[in-house]
Design a binder for this molecule. Structure first.
Ligand SMILES: C[S@@+](CC[C@H](N)C(=O)[O-])C[C@H]1O[C@@H](n2cnc3c(N)ncnc32)[C@H](O)[C@@H]1O
Length: 311
């Protein structure tokens, strides 16, 4: 028998030696996953000095060894925690990041006193994590919500479908930078142009000039990471343009971006008559990582040439 606290310490040391960034948090995740308990319940077991049987010790040790090879923990356990939900993840689909919770939180705050119903579009949905979190939270507030989520990857769209299955979310596989592609995937969206209350997006945005170097991040598909140009703003700018076309007057837009993009994106949206109240939102470390804007009542979005990315 091994004490749960001792086990967590051993796993933490092992992960630390393997160069894992957050060994303490990941050790707790590994142990709670194998024991099948929440992190809160794990805290109780730690306080009680719970003894682990040999089978649990062996399973925890195996999982810790696998993680020490730098395979992302989310792939090993098949889920990722996001805004109080456990979303399914799989190799080939972007692993949700905790910073994106700010996008969910800010969107919910924006609609805090809205009675609903709401129409929300999540462009570049990946595992569907933003759509699932918004749907879950708005459902808890009894706000009727019609959610649509789009990703260009068939594998991502399938996973997003599973992650949002209990909610009123329609997932489409289409090029979010081209509304013709989106409407081809769901013709019933055609009358919903200029009708959405919110468009949210965490698109690919990393500059191709500064490729990711962390091993775990390198496991994400390239199409989920890079923003389509040297500075990484090509896809984000196209998403903003598309958002202007989907939103109703007064509609809310929020998009995550690279920390180097804030000034450029704010300037681009502020210069476009389609937008007003353009603002930057910081992540939890204080970095400028999101842009928000309100669709102006009458202006048409400034048309730009938007090459289709769908195959
Ligand atoms: C950074 S990931 C974000 C995923 C998810 N929104 C999240 O926050 O976890 C970007 C996603 O955009 C998708 N994507 C890339 N280009 C796209 C496009 N042109 N249209 C739709 N989705 C696209 C990728 O497949 C990937 O799932």
């Amino acid at each position: 028998m091994t004490d749960v606290n001792e086990m967590i310490r051993l796993v933490q040391d092992h992960l630390s030696q393997a160069g894992i960034d957050s060994p303490q948090a990941e050790a707790a995740t590994i142990v709670s996953h194998i024991l099948g308990v929440s992190r809160g319940r794990l805290g109780v077991l730690r306080a009680l000095g719970e003894q682990l049987d040999a089978e649990a010790v062996e399973q925890i040790t195996e999982l810790a060894k696998a993680r020490a090879t730098r395979t992302p923990l989310q792939y090993l356990i098949g889920t990722s925690a996001f805004y109080g939900l456990e979303v399914k993840v799989a190799p080939g689909v972007f692993i949700p990041r905790v910073e994106t919770e700010v996008l969910v939180e800010t969107t919910l705050q924006h609609f805090a006193s809205h009675p609903g119903p709401l129409k929300i579009l999540d462009l570049c949905t990946g595992t569907g994590t933003i759509a699932a979190a918004l749907a879950d939270q708005l459902q808890q507030r009894n706000i009727l919500t019609d959610l649509w989520a789009v990703d260009i990857s068939a594998q991502a769209a399938e996973l997003a479908g599973e992650n949002t299955a209990q909610h009123n979310v329609t997932v489409l596989c289409a090029d979010a930078t081209d509304h013709h592609s989106v409407i081809a995937a769901a013709p019933e969206l055609s009358p919903l142009r200029a009708q959405f209350d919110a468009v949210v997006s965490n698109p690919p945005y990393i500059p191709t000039t500064t490729p990711v170097t962390q091993y775990e991040a390198e496991q994400d598909p390239e199409r989920a990471l890079y923003g389509g140009s040297a500075d990484g703003t090509a896809i984000p700018l196209r998403i903003a343009e598309q958002a202007a076309g989907w939103l109703a007057p007064g509609g809310f837009f929020m998009m995550e971006h690279d920390h180097t993009h804030a000034q450029q994106l704010v300037a681009a949206l502020a210069a476009d008559p389609a937008w007003e109240q353009v603002q930057t939102v910081n992540d939890l470390t204080g970095a400028q990582r999101f842009v928000t804007a309100i669709r102006t009542p009458s202006a048409k979005p400034t048309p730009k040439s938007s090459p289709t990315l769908a195959q």
